[in-house]
Design a protein around this ligand. Sequence first.
Ligand SMILES: [Zn+2]
Length: 441
Amino acid sequence: MAARAEGQVRFLSFLYSNCLDNRVFSWYDLNHTMSVQCTHKIRLQPNNQQANHLRQACGVARFAYNWGLGEWQRQYEAGEKPSPYALKKQFNSIKREQFDFVTKCAAEQAFTDLGKAFGNFFRNVKAGRPPGYPRFKRRGIRDSFYVDNIQLKLKNKRVRIPKLGWVKMAEPLRLQGKITSAVISCTAGRWFCSIQVEIDIPDVKAVGPTVGVDVGIKRLAVTSDGRVFQNPRALRTAEKRTRLLQKAVSRKPKGSRNRAKAIQRLQRHHYHIACIRADAIHKATTAITKGVGRIVLEDLNIAGMMRNRRLAKALQDASLSELHRQITYKAEQLGIEIIWADRFYPSSKTCSGCGSVKAVLTLGERQYRCEACGLKIDRDLNAALNLKQLAAGSAVTACCLGSSGVSMVRHETTDWAGISHEKISVRRKEQGTIVWVAMGT
Ligand SMILES: [Zn+2]
């Protein structure tokens, strides 16, 4: 038994050697693993012939989707009840042979996607949100097709795509686990393979200090232990070149070869900006989640903030929601608990030294000066420290929950008849799915 446990520890340490060094393993913990879906997007290096095939496969996926959407609308108007499954059968019976030169997944997944798109639409209608009726796909905009795990094979830096053969990849797959599917896509003339892998992670709690994280526009993130992650502000810096390239496109006559070339140059430029941003966010979130036990984040109303026209551009440049998403999923994999501060919690206006709250604090004030105790501190660091202290207040509730499957605690303040209530929900695994369970109100 001991030897077996040791073997597993070694195996797991090998898997997580670079990211899980802060976790304590025991035989008990190893029995409690949970699986999560991870995606690794790898650049493909197809030759011209292969790239042609990939384009055709995307074309088939797009055609099937558009055909399905058209048929759905026709059937709906005729008073029938369309379904993605029936449409797929209908499509296969009349069009299958025509598209046999590419993988059958390309066309079949299109109907699953169509079903999902209508599912979202109906759900939104029911909830009274803007519905977003499914739209026809256009060539050159988010071109992609799907390959299932039965047809997919990997070998070092190569991937075998059905009906095409082995295609070179820029790097081998870094995740170890069961491959569930892949999506081949094209962005700015470059091909990618997003491989979805189911990986097992031990369901244990991370041990380490609590860190408050203030995310912002001026700086990507500031942590309560004083680390500052600068925002590369890629969009702002590249604005001049964006304008130049946009102008070049609009000067060329529509449908001309030169216009197509100019469009590709502009797309590459946008892709370059996205890469700079993604790189900075990944580095910051990896650093933030390393060696900590608990992270306190502010639950920002980003959609609401985007409606502010003066803030929208800077917000887009900083991509705060992506930062939150990455911290959340990286924390989940490492067993770090996340505590969400209420969106109305005055993290910036409160003094981290004495706790007095300022009535007004303009965005321009980069330094926090407390009138009550005379504290002078960096504005973002002050906010991060306040968030950290908030976690100390909720320590009782978080500890009572124990470590059995609970990875996150979310605090929400709800207004009921003018009295604000704190609603605490915890993230728990029930029958393999993650649910938010509200604690006593
Ligand atoms: Zn003070």
